[in-house]
Ligand binder design. Structure first.
Ligand SMILES: [Mg+2]
Length: 329
């Protein structure tokens, strides 16, 4: 039985799962095609508020993914929906993000303004690769004067085809040092975006596929659904090992094609854990690994066994074993 057989809807994170910058992630198109052939409709859930859902769908389709605009749900949409529900039409909003976010906030009935001097009632902050220092300052001034601060997401980093880049979380932190309040966050791991994805799909037993512990996997926990962690994006073995209770995935695999394999099962005992043909043995605060690590599948087995031992407190220093695993995108 494949891991995926238990689920009626598959929700995908995008960056690091289906694409990296302009490029498709290996196995992504094949994997989503296989899902569609099984009659499972994919849903694409992104924390990135910079682009419109139409532009994201077009990007996905260009890479070969079966995607139309209604299949894409973004944190910008969720942020606009939240402020649209919370504030009456005409409420002033300082939007610190791309034109996409400005348009959505405007469509939600609010009136976008450009300056803290326009006395915005709410500040909506989202990812914008052309963000300027002056606009961050403006957001800070407005929040200092009492505006409600809404952030689309707080991802610290984003994976791209050229490497890791600073995510919106760094810009939220930049504004945050000037104010003494925390933003309302709508994207993963918080509830609004995930809840909207479940509502829109009518999913009964969905699974979320992601590359980040702190957003994707924790977001799945927030709304009480299962999750699948892949290694093609931002996070790796150590992130998995150090995941708190609410950041532990239901299963792991290399990429989207791994959804069609049986879920890994690790047998944990007092001395270590065994998964597939690999055994990880507790040694002091660390661990050693026994078995042939010559294949990626064996390395994933080792990662899953190691994670169990970290999660149950048997291993606090997973670095030596993790260093032997070549599970980097
Ligand atoms: Mg991602």
């Amino acid at each position: 039985m494949s891991f995926i057989d238990a689920y009626d809807v598959v929700m995908f994170d995008l960056d690091g799962v289906l694409y990296l910058g302009p490029d498709a992630v290996e196995g992504g198109v094949d994997g989503v095609d296989q899902l569609v052939r099984r009659g499972v409709r994919p849903t694409y859930v992104t924390n990135n508020a910079a682009r419109s859902t139409a532009a994201v769908a077009e990007h996905l389709a260009r890479l070969g993914y079966p995607a139309t605009e209604p299949d894409v749900i973004s944190s910008a949409q969720a942020a606009a929906a939240l402020v649209g529900e919370e504030y009456p039409p005409g409420t002033t909003a300082l939007v610190v993000g791309t034109q996409n976010l400005v348009d959505l906030v405007s469509q939600a009935g609010l009136t976008p303004v450009a300056s803290a001097d326009d006395e915005p009632v709410v500040v909506v902050q989202g990812y914008d690769p052309d963000m300027t220092w002056a606009r961050l300052e403006e957001a800070g001034f407005a929040i200092q004067r009492g505006a409600h601060w809404v952030a689309t997401n707080t991802d610290a980093t984003r994976p791209t085809n050229r490497g890791i880049v600073p995510g919106l979380g760094t810009m939220v932190a930049a504004v945050g040092v000037t104010v003494d309040v925390e933003p309302t966050v709508v994207g993963k791991p918080e509830r609004p975006l995930m809840a909207e994805a479940i509502r829109r799909t009518g999913a009964k037993n969905p699974v979320f596929v992601g590359d980040r512990i702190d957003t994707d996997i924790m977001g799945a926990h927030t709304v009480g659904i299962d999750s699948f962690f892949v290694f093609t994006g931002a996070h790796g073995v150590l992130d998995l090992c150090h995941a708190p209770d609410h950041g532990r995935p239901t299963a792991i695999g290399w990429n989207v094609l791994s959804l069609f394999e049986p879920a890994r099962v690790a047998e944990v005992d007092a001395e270590g854990a065994t998964c597939g043909g690999v055994r990880v043995v507790v040694a002091g605060s660390g661990a050693t690994v026994e078995g042939d690590l010559g294949t990626r599948e064996a390395q994933l087995d080792a990662a899953w066994a190691l994670a169990q031992l970290c999660w149950n407190g048997s291993v606090s220093d997973p670095v030596a074993v993790a260093a032997r695993l070549d599970l980097l995108p």
